[in-house]
Design a binder for this molecule. Structure first.
Ligand SMILES: *Cc1c(COP(=O)(O)O)cnc(C)c1O
Length: 394
């Protein structure tokens, strides 16, 4: 009998030949500035744990206390019997933090994007989307069956041109961008996009996954960074990155949130967060407000490490945030570089096609507030040495 899944094996063999097959690195300690992966202690430049909150004592305690009082699971989806007091408190806390009417929390940022775009649009509608928007936005757009119009990266004039052409076309228009782009670390052009959306009556939506806890006052995100309060109707954030736990949220008007309570499919058909997750997230917002020095340290480390890479002769692309790519070109080289860095003591992810365009492969670094100067110096030295040996640096 032949194996009907044999084609999967053939594809895996192809990836092995091309040098793009990836084995999962297994984390054997806490996620921290230095962690143990696959039995080896390395400097971790591959986490989204920007502020070190994954191991913050207050989040740990809040989670443990919630387990003791409420157990480990919520028992149901939000709309049946799985809405706990903690879930409501977290939504109220985030809405107040972001200065909006209301907030709904999803199981992940992915679910927040995919569930929201697909819920608020129909096949008669139009989406105008940056070409580098996150996969969860792209999936949400596809699920909505609305017509998708992609504009070149950060090209506000091109986005506005599409919106102008759609002025005479029936259906609602949604203009959507990442706040911070996850592969290049550049910031979305919110002021230009918001103005374009306003001129053409489009809904404005921003996915602030990598800006939550990183940009704006106390990490309020790109809307706060650019002073665009009240002008972005749908604000998405994540609780999985700088906030250190797990989840995604949508902030906006009370009507938007209540509509999502009724129609967002991940909200309706997938079980809500365990109480420990909601409790730890609640504690994280206290930390964001009370320990702003973490964000200052994140940015000081970012400037230091970026300058070090540039001084060594690396091409760090167009990054403006703690996400700093080291461009190498071909995917195979990026993966080889990443493996060699690991052997020398640094974890930094190799990223190639289809995550980034062909010929734009890179090793991506993310520093956190918890890296010491000594660790950053050591990481820079390893980058220089390995890159010279591999001919990546002349
Ligand atoms: C990480 C990320 C998400 C997904 O967030 P999760 O909470 O990890 O599911 C969504 N959008 C962008 C831009 C991201 O970088």
């Amino acid at each position: 009998m032949s194996n009907p899944l044999a084609y999967l094996h053939d594809q895996l063999e192809d990836w092995r030949t091309q040098g793009t097959y990836q084995r999962l690195r297994v984390l054997e300690s806490e996620s921290a500035a230095e962690s143990r992966f696959d039995g080896k202690e390395v400097i971790n430049l591959a986490s989204n744990n920007y502020l070190g909150l994954t191991t913050h004592p207050r989040l740990r305690e809040a989670a443990l206390e919630a387990v003791r009082r409420f157990g480990v699971g919520s028992g149901a989806v939000r709309t049946i019997s799985g809405t706990m007091r903690l879930h409501m408190q977290l939504e109220e806390r985030i809405a107040a933090f972001k200065n909006v009417e209301a907030c709904v929390v999803f199981q992940s940022g992915f679910a927040a994007n995919a569930g929201t775009v697909s819920a608020i649009l129909t096949p008669e509608d139009h989406i105008v989307s940056d070409e580098l928007n996150h996969a969860s936005i792209i999936d949400g757009c596809r699920l909505s069956k609305a017509k998708i119009h992609v504009f070149p990266h950060k090209d506000t004039a091109a986005a506005e041109k599409i919106l102008a052409e759609l002025d005479s076309v029936a259906g609602r228009k949604l203009l959507i961008t990442d706040g911070v782009f996850s592969m290049d670390g550049d910031i979305g052009p919110l002021p230009g996009l918001v103005e374009a959306a306003e001129r053409h009556g489009a809904i404005m939506m921003v996915d602030d996954a990598h800006a939550s806890g990183v940009l704006g006052r106390n990490g309020r995100g790109t809307i706060d960074h650019f002073g665009m309060h009240g002008r972005v109707q749908v604000q998405v954030g994540t609780l999985s990155k700088a906030v250190g736990v797990l989840g995604g949220y949508v902030c906006g008007s009370r009507d938007l949130i209540e509509f999502l309570y009724h129609r967002a499919r991940p909200f309706l058909f997938s079980t809500s967060h365990p109480p420990a997750v909601a409790a730890a997230c609640l504690a994280a917002f206290d930390v964001l407000e009370q320990e702003p020095e973490r964000i200052d340290q994140l940015w000081a480390n970012t400037r230091y490490f970026k300058q070090g890479l540039v001084a060594a002769g690396f091409d760090t692309g167009i990054s403006e945030t703690p996400i700093t790519p080291v461009m190498v070109g071909e995917a195979r080289l990026a993966f080889e570089f990443s493996r060699a860095l690991f052997d020398a003591g640094v974890l930094a992810t190799g990223i190639g096609f289809p995550t980034v365009p062909k010929g734009r492969a890179r090793v991506r670094t993310i520093v956190t507030s918890t890296h010491t100067r000594e660790e950053l110096d050591r990481a820079l030295e390893i980058f220089r040495t390995v890159a010279r040996r591999m001919g990546i640096l002349g």
